[in-house]
Ligand binder design. Structure first.
Ligand SMILES: [Ca+2]
Ligand SMILES: [Ca+2]
Ligand SMILES: [Ca+2]
Length: 504
């Protein structure tokens, strides 16, 4: 049966939590409005027009003695005198079991769970529900729980709840846009309600919101009136994703939450499911902890690991220059800088000028663990010497940052294995004497799990800068570089280790 679209609006007009079975202009609590909406759309059923067909959402409302139909249901708020309006349920609110719009954006509506006992804030147990402009806080459980698909939560706040801000138990296509999620005891967003969900390669896994992979933020560098943020995503191949960036005052270990939405950008993944982004977002904060949410066809992800905004001095070409301030009395020049190391394997680079015959004192403070400190007197010269490899001791300088390149496809080009390079002399019995391959040279320590830990091969260690075309020019791998001298028994096995560095 064709019919016009019928819209029903339930207006919550009291902040109390009473339920007398009616949602009327005299009294309608949020609890009553939800009950009324649920009763209105009791599901798809015969609308009694005697053609025995199913008219979809065209349904009957019996809550509170009234009887009418609706295709579109809206719950809104009109409560006098208070701002914000605080609604404090005294028990769990009923689950929302019908498609509707719950719109608090005409006033500051706060659902406060302080008196609700062991309850979640809102439970969306249907599809196509829109929640906009609500603050849900102080519930012992989660702020908002979703068991359905294609629901949207926008411009809302979930904070200080005993569980997570938003939990998706089941369903997909649930979208979270520009919410403020902070101070929740577990996670900002939890897909599957099982704590942090690990990324899987190409994101073929299924479940709540398709267990959408999170992004990996690489760096956030202050620039102008904001930050330039770089990151990468591995998710489903040749698919479009939106990355939303959020700022937090601080970030606990592990996954972050998202207190302030900063902006968004888009990317398209390649055939392998890889994509990257670099985008400028405005913020007045100079030191900020950033997180990201990823939204694709399966819905929105959990939050990414957070990173601190920083000077971007995570590779030596981007070393931060330190200006030394002289002390006229002590003849000592000082510089002080405070920077976070918040990712495994991360390094921070600084450069400064020292006078000949002076003494250099470097003090590291507030370190939660041990860090390596390396001082180069001239990093450019060090770099050049690595490129030419004309002295055997240069090989000793190889570290995790450089060693993998020695085994790049270029390094093993046909030229590298010309007859000259493998002259009979190079493979003489002396070169492969038992001493050269003694148990000491290949001891378990040299190849311990620590030496090849994921930290040693973090994205930072293999940033584009670290492996610029210059570094692997034909010169770098000339036959000279692989002469018999370079691979003499004297050259000892290398033990790579990531090292924060300091360049003088
Ligand atoms: Ca999870
Ligand atoms: Ca996944
Ligand atoms: Ca997936």
């Amino acid at each position: 049966m064709a019919h016009d679209r019928y819209r029903t609006v339930f207006t919550v007009n009291t902040a109390d939590d009473e339920d007398n079975g009616y949602c009327s202009w005299r009294h309608c609590s949020l609890r009553e409005a939800i009950q009324a909406a649920n009763a209105l759309n009791g599901g798809h059923h015969d609308d009694d027009d005697d053609d025995d067909d199913d008219d979809g959402a065209y349904s009957q409302y019996r809550y509170g003695g009234n009887s009418y139909y609706a295709d579109e249901i809206i719950i809104k708020f009109d409560i006098d005198g208070l701002d914000p309006i605080v609604i404090a349920p005294t028990s769990a609110l009923p689950a929302i079991t019908t498609s509707l719009e719950l719109k608090g954006d005409t006033a500051s509506i706060v659902l406060d769970g302080s008196e609700a006992g062991q309850a979640d804030g809102l439970l969306l147990a249907a599809d196509d529900i829109l929640v906009r402009g609500l603050t849900i806080r102080n519930f012992a459980g989660n702020g908002l729980v979703i068991n359905g698909s294609n629901n949207r939560v926008e411009d809302s706040v979930m904070s200080e709840n005993g569980g997570s801000g938003i939990v998706v138990l089941d369903g997909s296509g649930n979208l979270f846009n520009q919410n403020a999620l902070f101070g929740n005891a577990v996670l900002g967003v939890d897909l599957s309600g099982d704590g942090p969900t690990a990324n899987d390669l190409a994101d073929g896994d299924e479940g709540a919101n398709g267990r959408q992979n999170t992004a990996t933020l690489i760096r956030a560098v202050p620039m102008g009136q904001g930050l330039v943020v770089e990151g990468i995503l591995n998710s489903q191949p040749t698919s479009a994703y939106v990355i939303d960036l959020y700022a937090n005052e601080s970030c606990a270990a592990g996954q972050g939450q998202g207190a302030t939405w900063l902006g968004s950008t888009q990317l398209m993944t390649d055939e392998a499911g890889n994509g990257s982004f670099e985008t400028a977002v405005p913020t007045e904060l100079t030191t900020v902890s950033l997180t990201a949410l990823v939204t694709g066809a399966d819905g929105t992800s959990e939050f990414s690991r957070c990173i601190q905004s920083s000077l971007g001095n995570d590779a030596w070409p981007r070393a931060q220059r330190l200006g030394l301030t002289p002390d006229s009395v002590s003849n000592v020049q000082t510089a002080e800088i405070s920077q976070a190391i918040d990712q495994l394997g991360q390094s921070r680079w600084f450069k400064f000028t020292v006078q000949p015959n002076s003494q250099l004192v470097i003090t590291l403070t507030d370190l939660p663990a041990n860090y390596d400190l390396t001082v180069y007197k001239d990093i450019a010269a060090e770099w050049q010497s690595l490129l030419t490899l004309d002295e055997t001791e240069d090989l000793v300088s190889l570290t995790a940052e450089f060693a993998p390149d020695a085994f790049s496809p270029d390094a093993f080009s046909p030229d590298a294995f010309s007859p000259d390079a493998f002259s009979p002399d190079a493979f003489s019995p002396d070169a492969f004497s038992p001493d050269a391959f003694s148990p000491d040279a290949f001891s378990p320590d040299a190849f311990s799990p620590d030496a090849f830990s994921p930290d040693a091969f973090s994205p930072d260690a293999f940033s584009p800068d670290a492996f610029s075309p210059d570094a692997f020019s034909p010169d770098a791998f000339s036959p000279d570089a692989f002469s018999p001298d370079a691979f003499s028994p004297d050259a000892s096995p290398q033990t790579p280790s990531p090292a924060p560095r300091c360049a003088a």
